[in-house]
Write a protein that binds this ligand. Structure first.
Ligand code: DCP
Ligand code: MG
Ligand code: MG
Length: 530
């Protein structure tokens, strides 16, 4: 199954920000909406091919089902994870769609996020994975309460849009109830807006924090919504079983907890900070986990910016050896190129992630990553197209394989079931432009200069672009003149200001060296060491 990085249910909720309120002080004064699209990939497929509408069908990637539409779920087809062979055998008349091309899913995902941003001005919207968004509607709910939505304070439970968890009833004299009641109406408006703008139905949870909103949103799906009143926090948490069922507690955290004898949410509720503290789990993480098990989550909804990394990964039963890995990496790099092109920023670091089942041996998932700095010139083909030249593809694949060999001993025992490639340290291109094309290819350069570029494909890495009409500052002695002159003038000036640092090598994976230099802008015009 190929998923984009960050899409997996990882430990998103386990990362409190230093500026967040201290754990344990969940004010419950907030109104948070969690919106999750219904059978997301399947809905997109049915929009692209209307003959699928209302017909039971499954979306698969390779030999696994990644989702099914609700018509299929109604006849007993599992939602996700089952093998295609097994499902085919049990449901021979089921229709199938290949979901390996993620482009349309990403497009719809972006449209949903943008719709929420536009439709709820002033409300922070945080995107989680491909089909989920948190919206903090506290200020809007307060405003409406003040503006005549105060009617909630004299209404009954029918004022709520959707359901109330556990059949609880509105107490109109309770300000938190009134805020949540108005929040439920805002959530309904948001879902209607998303449907109108994108054609996608969604389900929502409304509660006093992110954790509870996400949990309660699962109660009435599809096309439904549920609100949790603060006094039902204990009740909803008691419906969870394994610690992993706490949203955001991923496999690695669950493995750490299991090492400490904590398997269930109830175990965690009864644990002490001292008992949880230890290797890989400091006191604040331990406190946070206990808080989560009690339904306490003070983390704010953080407005999503552009992603810090762009990547994708693929899973397998087993990868045979180095050659097979190189082939997969090459394929992943090819797909990654299209994402980088679409994003428009210049990557300055490369990361490879691997899951080695041979290192797991009952200790839970074992994921390892290795990264290095790279010259953005490696990606310069993406100035005009979403495809890399053979040469660049080979070079980036070779860099990835170099990283992979640091994580995997190909001469010893290994059992790879996941490979991922990602780029990071993404540099915005010149002002007023969105693409690498503009960056490398002239037009829209910093300071308004006209930059005319030529392509010398086949040249050395980092030396491909030749400037024929620059008015930027002089390239200092010892620096790569062609790469330097291909940069917009504002970045050239920034480089000159920071030139007390030596330039970084093209592929440096030496951590101490990188630390010394930091993410210096100098690293992206370094000379090839080939
Ligand atoms: N997905 C995937 N691999 C998985 C699980 C999910 O590629 N193992 C993809 C397909 C889903 C999408 O992510 O459509 C969103 O995941 P959800 O868990 O939200 O599931 P759905 O949106 O498909 O269904 P639901 O209506 O239950 O939310
Ligand atoms: Mg969904
Ligand atoms: Mg989801």
């Amino acid at each position: 199954m190929s998923r984009e990085s960050g899409e997996e249910e990882e430990d998103w909720i386990g990362t409190a920000h230093p500026s967040d309120p201290p754990g344990g002080k969940d004010s419950n004064a907030r109104v948070i909406v969690h919106l999750d699209l219904d059978c997301f990939y399947a809905q997109v497929e049915a929009i692209l091919d209307p003959t699928l509408k209302d017909v039971p069908f499954a979306v698969h990637q390779k030999q696994f089902v990644v989702t099914t539409n609700y018509a299929a779920r109604a006849v007993g087809v599992p939602k996700t994870g089952a093998s295609v062979a097994e499902v085919r055998q049990r449901f021979p008349s089921l229709r199938w769609v290949n979901g390996e091309d993620l482009r349309e899913y990403r497009r719809f995902s972006r449209r949903v996020h943008e719709t929420l941003l536009r439709g709820m001005p002033g409300c922070p919207v945080e995107r989680l994975g491909m089909d989920e968004n948190f919206v903090d509607v506290t200020a809007l709910a307060q405003k409406r309460l003040g503006e005549g939505g105060g009617e909630a304070s004299s209404a009954d439970s029918s004022y709520f849009a959707g359901k109330i968890f556990g059949g609880s009833v509105l107490d109109p004299s309770d300000p938190a109830h009134c805020r949540l009641a108005v929040g439920s109406r805002i959530a309904e408006e948001a879902r209607k807006l998303v449907l109108r703008e994108t054609g996608l139905t969604s389900s929502a949870g409304v509660a006093g924090n992110k954790l509870l909103a996400k949990l309660v949103g699962k109660c009435h799906k599809p096309d439904g919504q549920t609100t949790l009143l603060p006094e039902d926090t204990g009740r909803i948490m008691s419906t969870l079983d394994g610690a992993r069922s706490i949203p955001g507690v991923g496999s690695s955290t669950a493995a750490l907890l299991s090492e400490r004898g904590v398997e269930t949410v109830a175990d965690l509720q009864g644990a002490t900070e001292a008992a949880l503290r230890g290797p890989c789990l400091d006191a604040s993480a331990a406190r946070r986990l206990i808080d989560l098990s009690l339904g306490v989550d003070p983390t704010p909804v953080r407005q999503s910016g552009r992603p810090k990394t762009i990547g994708l990964e693929d899973r397998f039963r087993r990868l045979g050896g180095r050659e097979e890995c190189a082939e997969k990496v090459r394929w992943l790099v090819g797909r990654l190129a299209a994402l980088v092109f679409e994003d428009g920023r210049m990557p300055r670091s490369l990361k490879v992630t691997v899951r080695d089942a041979a290192k797991e041996e009952g200790k839970g998932f074992h994921r390892e990553s290795r990264q290095c700095k790279v010259s953005p010139a490696l990606f310069s083909d993406l100035r005009t197209s979403d495809t890399l030249s053979e040469r660049s593809l080979e070079e980036i694949t070779a860099a990835c394989m170099g990283l992979l060999e640091k994580a995997v001993d190909f001469t010893g025992r290994f059992h790879l079931t996941l490979l991922g490639v990602a780029v990071g340290d993404l540099l915005e291109t010149a002002k007023g432009t969105r693409s690498i094309a503009a960056f490398f290819g002239g037009g829209g350069g910093g300071g308004g200069e006209k930059r005319t570029m030529e392509d010398h494909s086949g040249g050395e890495v980092g030396k491909r672009r030749k400037q024929t009409g620059s008015t930027g500052p002089e390239c200092p002695e010892g620096w790569d003149r062609e790469v330097f002159s291909s940069l917009p003038a504002d970045i050239q000036r920034e480089l000159l200001e920071s030139r007390s640092d030596p330039p970084a090598p093209l592929h440096s994976s030496n951590k101490s060296e990188q630390k010394k230099r930091g993410p210096s802008i100098l690293s992206y015009f370094s000379k090839s060491k080939k």
